[in-house]
Design a protein around this ligand. Structure first.
Ligand code: SF4
Length: 201
């Protein structure tokens, strides 16, 4: 029987990362950029059932490895990987912290890296564009690149921030006023089995 030594190293690494963030994942004042681009009910459930969000999927592991590789190359071009952004704002008489982690950043420029498994015909995906726009708004950066790496394509897009998106997305998330945000979301949602708002698409 193989020892699966490397798989265990990968698993322990992912689990350690998750455990480190566990407290913050349950902080009701923290809104991640990723909370704002998906169904608001995912955040609602995550605050209550954080352990349901731990996954160890080969696709996610592969995505992380691609990120690490490209980030390593971009570091040589002056970018900082996993650049953390955080802003505290007051909304509806409540103080909230918006947090995000940009794949690669240097003053005046940012890069968001995505891996894609399915058809690349409909790229760039709207939620990814929203994510990059949120980073642009949070950093005041005007030059942003969204790059997709798939098995048959490497394609990148320049993203423009035509109008601010943060406030609208934050209000929708705080008020749980959309469910889901995208019609494909429920079928891959970890909260599908406990969510009364799920749709079958
Ligand atoms: S199952 Fe659908 S509506 Fe419910 S939390 Fe997930 S994405 Fe949102």
């Amino acid at each position: 029987m193989p020892e699966q030594k490397i798989t265990k190293i990968l698993y322990d690494y992912k689990l350690e990362e998750f455990v480190k963030r566990l407290e913050e994942l349950q902080n009701p004042s923290v809104y991640y950029v990723s909370d704002l681009i998906y169904c608001p009910w995912k955040r609602y459930f995550r605050l209550r059932f954080p352990y349901l969000t731990f996954t160890f999927e080969p696709l996610a592991v592969m995505g992380e490895l691609v990120h690490r590789g490209l980030q390593g190359i971009l570091v040589e071009k002056g970018f900082q990987p996993e650049y953390e952004v955080s802003r505290t704002i007051r909304v509806n008489n409540e103080e909230v912290i918006i947090k995000g982690r940009i794949d690669a950043y240097k003053p005046g420029e940012l890069v968001e890296i995505k891996t894609s498994r399915g058809s690349t015909d409909s790229l760039p995906y709207p939620h990814h564009l929203l994510q990059v726009k949120l980073y642009m708004e949070l950093t005041n950066v005007e030059k942003a690149t969204l790059i997709y790496v798939s098995s048959d394509k490497i394609i990148e897009y320049d993203v423009k921030l035509d109008e601010p998106v943060l406030e609208k997305l934050l209000q929708e998330t705080m008020n749980l006023s959309v469910a889901p945000r995208w019609d494909w979301e429920c079928r891959s949602c970890v909260f599908y089995k406990i969510c009364p708002h799920r749709i079958n698409k």
